[in-house]
Design a binder for this molecule. Structure first.
Ligand code: SAH
Length: 255
């Protein structure tokens, strides 16, 4: 969804659409847990920041698979309200706290966190810029784990190349992103691609199920119609070109 913001859609309208979905970007509980394994066991006094958390699907996975305390941050207050309500329903409110804030001006102490997590969000502020800014908030030996759109090949058809350059101008290959991870002060620990089901089953399918309802709520609203058309196009392009790009989990360690 981050790619839509750079395409000029209204932030509130996008979030109104997506906050009704279980998650707002491609991913899955299995892949979150897979990334978490590279980080090792966190002590019960460990602290995690989940940046661009949305309604907190992956936040709850982190809470259920670690003993740490989690601060989840997002710019959209509606998503944070949902996240805090879910945490309370699941009895996790003592360890999970959602706050409104911006990923590029974090309201935290220096070296506060053992782990900084971010799924499907860093592109909004820029991969290198985000990694640099967040570095200061990690403890020595702390980990970073982020998913980010990446090219799988050095060359790709012009149509998909242009579409992504409009959406995420910085989009790069996995090798280039690992180099950026290293340059911004982390030891690259792992990088793996998210399986297609993270897009098809967990991202596009739930969107499709909501399109009609959303169009009805916003009948006659051109911006809402354009947004749905954009989402449909994104899904079509994915089916056509999925061998060329996808989300990659990058895990790094600050030393
Ligand atoms: N991590 C969630 C949500 C991904 S969608 C998931 O994977 O399901 C991207 C999220 O980033 C949205 O919730 C959006 O509101 C948030 N976002 C975009 N720009 C932001 C910024 N500058 N600061 C904080 N959050 C931001």
């Amino acid at each position: 969804m981050e790619e839509m913001q750079s395409n000029g859609f209204d932030f509130t309208l996008i979030n109104e659409f997506f906050a009704e979905l279980e998650r707002q970007g491609p991913g899955s509980a299995e892949e979150t847990i897979r990334a978490l394994r590279f980080v090792g066991t966190l002590a019960s006094d460990a602290k995690i920041a989940d940046l661009g958390c949305g309604t907190g699907f992956q936040t709850m996975v982190l809470a259920q698979n670690t003993a740490a305390s989690i601060t989840a941050l997002d710019l959209y207050a509606g998503s944070i309200d949902k996240l805090n309500a879910t945490a309370a329903t699941r009895g996790l409110q003592d360890r999970v706290k959602g706050i409104v804030g911006s990923m590029d001006a974090l309201p935290f102490q220096k070296e506060e966190f053992d782990l900084i997590w971010s799924e499907g969000a860093i592109g909004s502020i820029g991969f290198a810029k985000g990694l640099q800014h967040w570095h200061g908030f990690l403890k020595k030996n702390g980990y970073i784990a982020v998913t980010y759109e990446s090219w799988f090949t050095n060359e790709r058809p012009a149509e998909i190349e242009q579409w992504w350059l409009d959406a995420v101008p910085e989009i790069a290959t996995i090798a280039d992103n690992i180099a950026i991870l290293q340059k911004t002060g982390y030891v690259p620990v792992a990088a793996f691609t998210l399986p297609e089901s993270c897009w098809l089953d967990n991202y596009f399918l739930p969107q499709k199920a909501r399109h009609a309802d959303f169009l009805q709520t916003h009948a006659g609203n051109k911006a809402a119609e354009d947004l749905v058309a954009f989402m449909r196009r994104e899904a079509e392009l994915y089916l056509q070109y999925k061998q060329y790009y996808g989300y990659v989990f990058y895990i790094g360690k600050k030393i």
